[in-house]
Ligand binder design. Structure first.
Ligand SMILES: *[C@@H]1O[C@H](CO)[C@@H](O)[C@H](O)[C@H]1NC(C)=O
Ligand SMILES: *[C@@H]1O[C@H](CO)[C@@H](O)[C@H](O)[C@H]1NC(C)=O
Ligand SMILES: *[C@@H]1O[C@H](CO)[C@@H](O)[C@H](O)[C@H]1NC(C)=O
Length: 259
């Protein structure tokens, strides 16, 4: 039976949740602004989106980075997330971090071969079991170009209220900005060679919503294909946010993971 139809997701989620032995402790509170734009994701809509968590106090798990499942053994995230010293884990298959779909240990973290500071591949154990709420995202062809003017979707774990723990998966539309225009807007602050620029749409304020969160590794997706990985808002205003351009790292991803 296919259960990947959004209409059937509730039944599927109940099945998955009942099979989870390990209960997640409430997350540690962390300062953050309330999300400004965006809406909650629906079940099965972004089944590749995972949470990388750390256990700083030896008791409670805290969301640290966002990531995307790309195969049964690997997720793709921001390289920064690989330089964290404590013992991390991955939570997949849920829209609510207090009720994990599945929990995975991290066995290996590999930073990209060009700069070591853009992307990281994270190997999990046990492997993901694919179902309606846990599935890999498609990867772009090598050097595939991202067309300025297209509208993409970025997803991120967010707290529902200021000072609440990161708990809920939100989605936000984001418009791809031409690189030359972006370079001027960002005043040459970053060399855009490895980046895509995008600006949030439907934001209810002049403040860029992706700016409110340290959503390192959050996926920027179009038609189920992963094109960008959230890198930094650079400036916390209405100027574009930068995402790592995944198609430029395609050979390295293939060499490490076989996908
Ligand atoms: C862990 O979470 C529990 C429940 O919210 C809380 O009572 C406890 O203080 C937390 N532990 C630490 C070390 O923060
Ligand atoms: C997440 O799950 C917990 C535990 O079941 C529940 O108390 C909380 O209301 C849920 N949060 C949302 C946003 O649905
Ligand atoms: C994760 O690692 C811990 C500590 O080594 C181990 O106790 C636990 O069984 C592992 N969990 C999984 C799902 O492999």
């Amino acid at each position: 039976m296919s259960c990947c139809n959004v209409g059937l997701i509730l039944a599927c989620c109940a099945v998955l949740a009942s099979g989870v032995p390990d209960k997640l402790q409430p997350l540690k509170t962390r300062a953050s602004s309330k999300i400004i734009g965006g809406t909650p994701a629906a079940g099965g809509e972004f089944p590749w989106h995972v949470s990388l968590q750390n256990n700083y106090d030896g008791q409670n798990w805290t969301h640290v980075c966002d990531g995307s499942i790309i195969s049964s053994e690997f997720i793709l995230t921001h390289a920064w997330c690989a330089y964290n010293p404590s013992r991390p884990r991955i939570v997949a298959g849920t829209l609510n971090l207090t009720t994990p779909g599945s929990i995975h240990n991290i066995t290996e973290m590999i930073t990209d071969d060009r700069t070591r500071r853009h992307l990281a591949l994270v190997r999990v154990s046990p492997p993901f079991q694919f179902g309606c709420n846990t599935r890999p995202v498609q990867l772009p062809a090598r050097f595939a170009e991202t067309t300025a003017g297209s509208v993409f979707t970025v997803t991120a774990w967010v707290p529902l209220e200021i000072f609440e723990p990161y708990s809920t998966l939100f989605k936000l539309q984001s418009l791809i900005v031409p690189k030359d225009e972006c370079s001027i807007l960002l005043e040459g602050f970053v060399d855009l060679i490895y980046f895509i620029c995008a600006t949030d749409v439907n934001s209810l304020s002049e403040v860029n919503s992706m700016c409110s969160h340290q959503s390192y590794g959050a996926p920027l997706v179009h038609d189920g294909e992963l094109r960008g990985v959230f890198y930094s808002p650079i400036y916390c205003d209405d100027r574009p946010t930068v995402y790592i351009e995944v198609s430029l790292f395609r050979d390295w991803i293939f060499r490490v993971t076989g996908v």
